[in-house]
Design a protein around this ligand. Structure first.
Ligand code: ATP
Ligand code: MG
Length: 562
């Protein structure tokens, strides 16, 4: 990770350290709610929180903000831990849960009641909303606002004891119903909700709200710099109020812009809708912006870290081009992905002058720029497969690959010339009959003659059948969420061609031992990895991580050269 990069948050922290604030200590946390899988936006927060702690020799906690039992699940807790670890970060023994603080939070609430700063309110959720006012109109005070601390203490204890039905009462902070900030208009601190919590079971029938819990959890953990996204800027006065009223340790909240990526959605609610609606194969579908999806697709964690470094941390929201993420993935994969050959849409080629009973192994470099990655032998024989679209019977002017009578180079092998096209009854080309020049072994002609194209191939006798999945953007519109803002369903923006399956691909035999996540470049086709969940022993599935074409590099080049 680039420890030198600076951003406005690091500037604040450096000033704090210089001023001796918190004794120069830096302690951050990543606080996910376990109500879904982590996505690339969370990665920005993870890299920022763990990266900042590392940069200033501090600590970073992993804390689950688990105050919503009906939406949370231990499945999500486990997935989140796996993803943070995979990204390359370690919370050591500091794995915390807001639910571990429920008793202490209750005691804080009692203290606020005793101070006359909180009250039990009998308004329904709807009434509270109606009393709240709007941005232009002040709210109205609840008729229960002036209950005595004694009465409130008694009612709050009975709320906890389960004497009242769900939703019948709340505990509210007594702040200011006329505040210009709606968050300060006597916000709810506790609601009655009979729901089994994944950690506390049925111990509680009242649950603290996120706003009450979050700031105090940070305080309990001694978090010095509480980094959060911009939408919490308006909540900061409320957090300050709770912390100041209670006189407890006061973390400093600093807001930064959340990451938005084009051609995808990032809110967990929308991602859950994609999963539950069967629009994707699950949270880890390789088209999803989730970390588990990116991992399954073959994106290495260092690409995500480099991407997060590059986008930096800003104070205003913006949308990052998906092409920049793909660029980071290519940059990470290019130096370390061994080259291989695979044919996605095979067309059989019989080399008529190659002896039927002969086979040979040709050496092929694993990486064109890195000899230390060595070579592997690629088997060759009389029947091979080439890519169907590398042949044209009646080629247009700019098509230089195989055509009747034309000679091309087979990568790492020989020159071959197409002599005959074989078709089935329907006129579909089913086979090419070619001749090879034995003098061109390794790909060069001793007489110096040139060919205009080099194509990839696999040996028909040795290749392994495989399914290859090609992915495109999940949505065909850059901002699918705009549909929702216009009162429509964002599902309508899905790209119908986001997954294209090549069921009859053939891959070179050395790929049979590939492991999920292990990166390869299939020459001329892109970067690929084996799919963990769907591969079977006899039939591996490969996911294309990214194609070779780099739109971002092209864009950059254009702007540089004017
Ligand atoms: P979503 O809106 O996607 O459901 P969330 O903010 O509710 O996400 P949390 O689990 O509460 O999800 O998020 C954990 C942390 O990750 C929070 O500190 C949050 O600010 C941060 N985070 C979430 N989404 C993004 C994003 N797109 N960019 C940067 N940080 C994010
Ligand atoms: Mg949240």
């Amino acid at each position: 990770m680039d420890k030198g990069a600076s951003n406005f948050i690091h500037e604040i922290i450096e000033r704090d350290i210089a001023a001796g604030k918190h004794g120069g200590r830096v302690h951050t946390r990543f606080p996910p709610e376990p109500n879904g899988y982590l996505h690339i936006g969370h990665a920005k927060s993870i890299c920022l929180n763990f990266g900042t702690a590392a940069k200033y020799n501090g600590l970073c906690n992993l804390r689950f903000d688990d105050t919503n039992p009906t939406k949370e699940d231990p499945e999500y807790v486990e997935a989140i831990k796996e993803d943070v670890r995979w990204l390359g970060f370690d919370w050591e023994e500091r794995e915390y849960y807001a639910s571990d603080y429920f008793e202490q939070l209750y005691q804080y609430a009692v203290r606020l009641i005793e101070m006359g700063k909180a009250y039990v309110c009998d308004l329904s959720a709807e009434e509270i909303r109606a009393f709240r006012g709007t941005l232009t109109e002040p709210g109205r005070e609840s008729p229960y606002r002036n209950r005595s601390p004694q009465e409130n203490l008694d009612l709050f204890a009975r709320m906890r004891a389960g004497e009242f039905p769900d939703g019948s009462r709340t505990l509210r902070a007594k702040i200011d119903m006329a505040s210009g900030n709606l968050n300060m208009r006597d916000p709810v601190m506790y609601r009655i909700m009979r729901a089994t919590h994944h950690r506390t079971g049925d111990a509680w029938c009242i649950y603290p709200t996120y706003d009450f819990t979050h700031c105090l959890s940070d305080s309990i953990e001694g978090i010095t710099h509480s980094l959060c996204t911009l939408e919490f800027e308006d909540h900061r006065p409320l957090y300050d109020w709770f912390l100041d009223q209670l006189g407890v340790f006061h973390p400093q909240q600093i807001e930064f812009a959340r990451l938005n990526l084009s051609y995808t959605v990032m809110s967990k609610r929308k991602l859950l809708k994609l999963v539950e609606g069967g629009h994707v194969a699950g949270w880890d579908d390789p088209r999803m912006p989730t970390l588990s999806g990116l991992r399954r697709r073959g994106c290495p964690p260092e690409a995500i870290r480099a991407f997060c470094d590059r986008i930096g941390v800003a104070k205003s929201n913006s949308v990052v081009d998906l092409a920049l993420l793909e660029h980071a993935i290519r940059e990470a994969l290019d130096p370390r992905a061994p080259r291989r050959m695979a044919v996605l849409d095979p067309l059989k080629v019989v080399i008529t002058n190659y002896p039927e009973d002969q086979e040979e192994e040709l050496p092929a470099a694993n990486h064109p720029k890195d000899p230390s990655m060595g070579e592997r032998p690629v088997p060759f024989c009389r029947e091979i497969y080439i890519e169907r679209d590398d042949f044209m019977e009646d080629p247009p002017k700019k098509f230089y690959r195989l055509a009747p009578g034309r000679e091309v180079r087979l990568r790492y092998a020989y020159f071959v010339r197409c002599q005959e096209v074989v078709k089935d009854d329907s006129g579909r080309i089913v086979e090419l009959r070619c001749t090879y020049d034995p003098e061109t072994r390794g790909g060069n002609a001793p007489d110096g003659r040139k060919v205009k194209a080099t194509i990839h191939w696999v040996s028909a006798r040795h290749a392994v059948p495989a399914e290859v999945r090609l992915y495109d953007r999940l949505f065909s519109e850059p901002d699918p969420a705009a549909r929702e803002r216009a009162g429509q369903d964002f599902i309508a923006a899905l790209n119908p061609d986001s997954l294209v399956v090549r069921p009859n691909a053939r891959i070179e035999p050395s790929l049979a031992s590939a492991r999920p996540g292990e990166p390869f470049q299939f020459e001329r086709l892109g970067y690929f990895t084996q799919d963990g969940p769907d591969s079977t022993a006899g039939r591996p599935v490969f996911n294309r991580t990214v194609s070779l074409r780099d739109q971002w590099a092209k864009l950059k080049h254009k702007t540089k050269t004017g």
